[in-house]
Design a protein around this ligand. Structure first.
Ligand code: GAR
Length: 205
Protein backbone atom coordinates (compact mmCIF):
# COMPACT_ATOMS: atom_id res chain seq x y z
CA UNK A 1 0.00 0.00 0.00
CA UNK A 2 1.11 3.57 -0.66
CA UNK A 3 2.24 5.76 2.24
CA UNK A 4 0.74 9.22 2.62
CA UNK A 5 2.57 12.26 3.94
CA UNK A 6 0.67 15.52 4.46
CA UNK A 7 2.41 18.88 4.77
CA UNK A 8 0.61 21.68 6.60
CA UNK A 9 1.27 25.16 7.97
CA UNK A 10 -1.90 26.01 9.86
CA UNK A 11 -5.53 25.08 10.39
CA UNK A 12 -5.32 21.72 8.68
CA UNK A 13 -8.95 21.38 7.60
CA UNK A 14 -8.00 19.84 4.24
CA UNK A 15 -5.67 17.46 6.04
CA UNK A 16 -8.54 16.49 8.32
CA UNK A 17 -10.92 15.88 5.43
CA UNK A 18 -8.33 13.65 3.75
CA UNK A 19 -7.57 11.67 6.92
CA UNK A 20 -11.26 11.19 7.75
CA UNK A 21 -12.05 10.13 4.18
CA UNK A 22 -9.19 7.64 4.12
CA UNK A 23 -10.80 5.94 7.11
CA UNK A 24 -14.44 6.27 6.12
CA UNK A 25 -14.17 5.55 2.42
CA UNK A 26 -11.46 2.96 2.76
CA UNK A 27 -9.03 4.75 0.45
CA UNK A 28 -6.14 2.29 -0.04
CA UNK A 29 -3.37 4.45 1.39
CA UNK A 30 -1.68 4.49 4.81
CA UNK A 31 -1.59 7.89 6.54
CA UNK A 32 2.08 7.78 7.55
CA UNK A 33 2.94 11.28 8.77
CA UNK A 34 1.79 14.88 9.02
CA UNK A 35 4.61 17.42 8.89
CA UNK A 36 4.26 21.08 9.79
CA UNK A 37 6.73 23.87 9.18
CA UNK A 38 5.23 25.69 12.18
CA UNK A 39 5.32 24.29 15.70
CA UNK A 40 1.98 25.91 16.61
CA UNK A 41 -0.05 24.82 13.57
CA UNK A 42 -3.56 23.94 14.77
CA UNK A 43 -3.67 20.98 12.41
CA UNK A 44 -0.99 19.16 14.43
CA UNK A 45 -3.41 18.60 17.30
CA UNK A 46 -6.08 17.30 14.94
CA UNK A 47 -3.63 14.87 13.33
CA UNK A 48 -2.56 13.68 16.80
CA UNK A 49 -6.18 13.11 17.81
CA UNK A 50 -6.71 11.10 14.62
CA UNK A 51 -3.77 8.90 15.57
CA UNK A 52 -1.35 9.99 12.85
CA UNK A 53 2.35 10.60 13.58
CA UNK A 54 3.29 14.26 13.57
CA UNK A 55 6.62 15.95 12.96
CA UNK A 56 7.69 19.59 13.03
CA UNK A 57 10.38 20.87 10.69
CA UNK A 58 10.44 24.49 11.84
CA UNK A 59 11.08 26.90 9.00
CA UNK A 60 11.16 30.09 11.07
CA UNK A 61 14.75 30.89 11.90
CA UNK A 62 16.11 28.25 9.53
CA UNK A 63 19.10 29.89 7.93
CA UNK A 64 19.91 27.32 5.25
CA UNK A 65 18.70 27.35 1.64
CA UNK A 66 15.27 26.23 0.39
CA UNK A 67 16.94 23.09 -0.93
CA UNK A 68 18.49 22.34 2.46
CA UNK A 69 15.15 22.83 4.19
CA UNK A 70 13.42 20.51 1.73
CA UNK A 71 16.14 17.90 2.28
CA UNK A 72 15.09 17.84 5.93
CA UNK A 73 11.48 17.34 4.87
CA UNK A 74 12.48 14.51 2.50
CA UNK A 75 14.46 12.82 5.28
CA UNK A 76 11.39 12.83 7.53
CA UNK A 77 9.14 11.60 4.71
CA UNK A 78 11.51 8.72 3.96
CA UNK A 79 11.68 7.80 7.64
CA UNK A 80 7.93 7.16 7.48
CA UNK A 81 8.07 5.28 4.18
CA UNK A 82 6.81 8.18 2.07
CA UNK A 83 9.39 7.59 -0.65
CA UNK A 84 9.53 8.58 -4.33
CA UNK A 85 8.67 4.94 -5.12
CA UNK A 86 5.97 4.31 -2.60
CA UNK A 87 4.60 7.62 -1.39
CA UNK A 88 2.16 10.41 -2.01
CA UNK A 89 2.80 13.89 -0.59
CA UNK A 90 -0.21 16.17 -0.14
CA UNK A 91 0.35 19.86 0.39
CA UNK A 92 -2.60 21.03 2.47
CA UNK A 93 -2.24 24.72 3.18
CA UNK A 94 1.55 24.31 3.26
CA UNK A 95 2.59 27.90 2.72
CA UNK A 96 6.06 27.35 1.32
CA UNK A 97 7.41 27.10 -2.19
CA UNK A 98 8.89 23.69 -2.88
CA UNK A 99 12.41 23.49 -4.30
CA UNK A 100 12.98 22.04 -7.80
CA UNK A 101 15.08 19.27 -6.16
CA UNK A 102 12.10 18.11 -4.06
CA UNK A 103 9.75 18.30 -7.08
CA UNK A 104 12.15 16.29 -9.25
CA UNK A 105 12.78 13.64 -6.64
CA UNK A 106 9.04 13.12 -6.03
CA UNK A 107 8.01 13.64 -9.66
CA UNK A 108 4.21 13.46 -10.04
CA UNK A 109 3.91 12.36 -6.43
CA UNK A 110 3.30 15.74 -4.83
CA UNK A 111 -0.19 17.22 -5.10
CA UNK A 112 -1.62 20.52 -3.91
CA UNK A 113 -4.98 22.18 -3.36
CA UNK A 114 -5.45 25.75 -4.47
CA UNK A 115 -8.53 27.93 -3.73
CA UNK A 116 -9.14 29.15 -7.29
CA UNK A 117 -9.78 27.78 -10.76
CA UNK A 118 -6.19 27.63 -11.99
CA UNK A 119 -4.57 29.05 -14.03
CA UNK A 120 -6.58 32.01 -12.71
CA UNK A 121 -5.44 33.62 -9.47
CA UNK A 122 -2.32 31.65 -8.47
CA UNK A 123 -0.30 32.58 -5.40
CA UNK A 124 -1.72 34.13 -2.26
CA UNK A 125 -5.18 35.54 -1.42
CA UNK A 126 -6.83 33.87 -4.40
CA UNK A 127 -10.37 34.41 -3.14
CA UNK A 128 -9.68 38.14 -2.74
CA UNK A 129 -8.09 38.26 -6.19
CA UNK A 130 -11.20 36.62 -7.68
CA UNK A 131 -13.57 39.09 -6.01
CA UNK A 132 -11.48 42.08 -7.01
CA UNK A 133 -11.28 40.91 -10.61
CA UNK A 134 -15.04 40.54 -10.73
CA UNK A 135 -15.28 36.97 -12.02
CA UNK A 136 -18.70 35.31 -11.72
CA UNK A 137 -17.31 31.88 -10.91
CA UNK A 138 -14.30 30.72 -8.96
CA UNK A 139 -13.57 27.45 -7.19
CA UNK A 140 -10.69 25.20 -6.34
CA UNK A 141 -8.12 23.01 -8.04
CA UNK A 142 -6.17 19.90 -7.08
CA UNK A 143 -3.04 19.64 -9.18
CA UNK A 144 0.34 17.98 -9.35
CA UNK A 145 3.17 20.19 -8.18
CA UNK A 146 5.80 21.13 -10.72
CA UNK A 147 8.58 23.70 -10.49
CA UNK A 148 6.28 26.65 -11.26
CA UNK A 149 3.90 28.48 -8.95
CA UNK A 150 0.54 26.59 -9.02
CA UNK A 151 1.21 25.47 -12.59
CA UNK A 152 1.29 21.65 -12.53
CA UNK A 153 -1.13 19.31 -14.36
CA UNK A 154 -4.69 19.64 -13.07
CA UNK A 155 -6.38 16.60 -11.53
CA UNK A 156 -9.82 17.87 -10.37
CA UNK A 157 -11.53 21.25 -10.22
CA UNK A 158 -14.78 22.36 -8.62
CA UNK A 159 -16.70 25.49 -9.55
CA UNK A 160 -18.26 27.91 -7.06
CA UNK A 161 -20.64 30.66 -8.17
CA UNK A 162 -19.87 34.11 -6.83
CA UNK A 163 -22.78 35.98 -5.23
CA UNK A 164 -23.18 39.73 -5.46
CA UNK A 165 -22.85 40.25 -1.73
CA UNK A 166 -19.91 37.86 -1.27
CA UNK A 167 -17.05 38.86 1.00
CA UNK A 168 -13.63 37.23 1.00
CA UNK A 169 -14.80 35.29 4.05
CA UNK A 170 -18.11 34.05 2.66
CA UNK A 171 -16.54 33.04 -0.65
CA UNK A 172 -13.60 31.30 1.08
CA UNK A 173 -16.08 29.31 3.16
CA UNK A 174 -18.01 28.02 0.13
CA UNK A 175 -14.78 27.22 -1.73
CA UNK A 176 -13.40 25.39 1.31
CA UNK A 177 -16.46 23.14 1.36
CA UNK A 178 -15.62 22.07 -2.20
CA UNK A 179 -11.92 21.67 -1.31
CA UNK A 180 -12.92 19.18 1.38
CA UNK A 181 -14.84 17.20 -1.23
CA UNK A 182 -12.35 17.14 -4.12
CA UNK A 183 -9.04 16.70 -2.27
CA UNK A 184 -9.95 13.30 -0.79
CA UNK A 185 -11.36 12.34 -4.20
CA UNK A 186 -8.00 13.10 -5.82
CA UNK A 187 -6.15 11.10 -3.15
CA UNK A 188 -8.50 8.19 -3.80
CA UNK A 189 -7.85 8.34 -7.57
CA UNK A 190 -4.09 8.48 -6.99
CA UNK A 191 -4.13 5.63 -4.47
CA UNK A 192 -6.07 3.47 -6.93
CA UNK A 193 -3.58 4.41 -9.65
CA UNK A 194 -6.26 5.90 -11.84
CA UNK A 195 -4.38 9.08 -12.79
CA UNK A 196 -2.00 9.16 -15.73
CA UNK A 197 -0.03 12.28 -16.53
CA UNK A 198 0.40 13.04 -20.21
CA UNK A 199 2.23 16.31 -20.77
CA UNK A 200 0.13 19.07 -19.22
CA UNK A 201 -2.92 16.86 -18.99
CA UNK A 202 -4.02 14.22 -16.61
CA UNK A 203 -6.14 11.32 -17.79
CA UNK A 204 -8.47 9.80 -15.22
CA UNK A 205 -9.51 6.21 -15.86
C1 GAR B 1 -6.96 26.26 1.86
O1 GAR B 1 -8.00 27.11 1.44
C2 GAR B 1 -6.02 25.99 0.71
O2 GAR B 1 -6.66 25.87 -0.52
C3 GAR B 1 -5.13 27.19 0.75
O3 GAR B 1 -4.92 27.42 2.11
C4 GAR B 1 -6.03 26.98 2.86
C5 GAR B 1 -5.54 26.04 3.93
O4 GAR B 1 -6.58 25.68 4.79
N1 GAR B 1 -3.91 26.98 0.03
C6 GAR B 1 -3.32 27.90 -0.70
O5 GAR B 1 -3.72 29.04 -0.79
C7 GAR B 1 -2.06 27.45 -1.42
N2 GAR B 1 -1.65 28.42 -2.37
P1 GAR B 1 -6.47 24.39 5.72
O6 GAR B 1 -5.15 24.52 6.49
O7 GAR B 1 -7.66 24.49 6.62
O8 GAR B 1 -6.49 23.18 4.82
Amino acid sequence: MLNLGILISGRGSNMESILRSVKRKKIPIRPAVVISNKHDAEGLKIAGRLGVSVEIVESKGFTGSREEYDKKIMTVLSKYGVTPRNGLVCLAGFMRIISPEFVKKYKNRIINIHPALLPAFPGLDSQKQALEYGVKYSGCTVHFVDTGMDTGPIIIQAVVRIKENDTEESLSKRILKEEHRIYPEAVNLFARRKIKVSGRRTVIS
